[in-house]
Ligand binder design. Structure first.
Ligand code: UD1
Length: 362
């Protein structure tokens, strides 16, 4: 089988599937990296950190408009599939690589398994929503992380026997990485270790969504709220390349108490956010990872395709206006993390469930 990854949020999802496949003799698993993300910090650093081997195939797609990027991935992936004819293509998440590779495989009559299927924000202005819907419209196996995903797929008419509520591979990886961090018992220093030691209380921020950072008006509103929050406690902020560019282009002013960092490897990022008083983010993955570790999360978006994170109490939708963010911040900080609960099947065993199902049915 081919295991496809292209962008940063894919790498932590393929890692546990790859590890699980390695424990079984009846599966041959090749990693295809489309090259959607290519900077060392956005790509190779993750492979190293997650102990993934070099990809078997690297397609070198790079950046561009959505059409250019998707087309480049499709062209190279088609060539690869025609040469190597896998019996199954596993795609994860909702990035352009997920969409591109699922379309190619399906047209070559290769079965497609979508890991993290069925999530819906019902917001078609998000490129990821389009990627999710199109990928699910042609997948053969749907591996679902939360009950809402099952309901969405059933409503869309997908056959029930193809929908498998297995939990979340990203949480498998999270627990694995947490174990690795604990093993190191302080003997490995991160570049940010001193920073963490210096502040007993801090917030952790990630932000990269085009809707938030490409629009000057929206970014300015969010920055206004962040600068006020930073008066309470410092905010550690690893900055995505897109966001770095937009801070410059829009001339966004951020308080000195918002400590800007380069994009961080998975383990260093986890090392910081797991002990944060609150995580502020527009990422999909962090909404879920904070939920799994019962850390307060404030989501800088109007909606979420991951509603279970709201229901269990850890995540609060803040919107993107200054006032709504500050209100959500107050609410979030009042919540007691001890009262949060963890969604069913987020237990570190999703990859094993997925491979059991695939092996039995192939
Ligand atoms: C992509 C995903 C998004 C995911 C995010 C995580 C899609 C549609 N979007 O968004 O769902 O949350 O990854 O990071 O697939 N760039 C670099 N170096 C890199 C990669 C990108 O500098 O290694 C810059 C380029 O200027 C590029 C821009 O970032 O044009 C955007 O990259 P792109 O992959 O198109 O989308 P992301 O915003 O990263």
């Amino acid at each position: 089988m081919f295991l496809v990854a292209g962008a940063r949020p894919n790498f932590m999802k393929i890692a546990p599937i790859y590890r699980e496949a390695g424990r079984r003799d009846n599966i041959s698993c090749r990693i295809v990296h489309t090259g959607q993300h290519y900077d060392y910090e956005m790509s190779q650093a993750f492979f190293k950190d997650l102990a993934l081997p070099e990809p078997d195939y690297f397609l070198n797609a790079g950046s561009g408009t959505h059409a250019m990027q998707t087309a480049r991935i499709m062209t190279s992936f088609e060539e690869l599939c025609q040469k190597d004819l896998p019996d199954l293509v596993v795609v994860v998440g909702d990035v352009n690589s997920t969409l591109a590779c699922s379309i190619v495989a399906k047209k070559l009559l290769i079965r497609v398994a979508h890991v993290e299927a069925g999530l819906r924000s019902f917001d078609m202005s998000m490129p990821e929503e389009i990627n999710r819907i199109v990928t699910d419209s042609i997948s053969d196996y749907f591996f679902v992380t939360e009950q809402s995903g099952v309901e969405n797929l059933v409503k869309e008419g997908k056959p029930r026997d193809r929908i498998h509520f297995v939990g979340h591979v990203m949480i498998d990886n999270l627990f694995h990485q947490l174990g690795e961090l604990e093993k190191n018992d302080g003997s490995v220093e991160f570049p940010t270790s001193r920073l963490k030691e210096k502040y007993s209380e801090y917030a952790f921020l990630t932000m990269h969504r085009p809707a938030n950072v490409d629009s000057k008006e929206c970014f300015t509103e969010i920055a206004g709220a962040l600068n006020i929050i930073a008066q309470d406690r410092p905010i550690f902020f690893p900055v995505h390349p897109r966001t770095r560019k937009m801070i410059g282009e829009h001339g966004i002013e951020l308080s000195d108490n918002i400590i800007q960092l380069p994009p961080l490897p998975f383990s260093e990022s986890l090392y910081l956010w797991k002990d944060a008083a609150i995580v502020l983010t527009d990422s999909g993955g962090l909404q879920e990872e904070t939920t799994a570790l019962k850390v307060r999360c404030l989501t800088l978006r109007e909606n979420t395709e991951r509603p279970i994170t709201l229901r269990v109490g850890s995540n609060v939708l803040a919107g993107t206006r200054k006032e709504s963010i500050l209100n959500a911040y107050e609410k979030c900080m009042k919540a007691d993390p001890g009262s949060f609960s963890v969604p069913p099947k987020w237990d570190g065993k999703a990859s094993a469930r997925i491979l059991d199902i695939l092996v039995n049915s192939l």
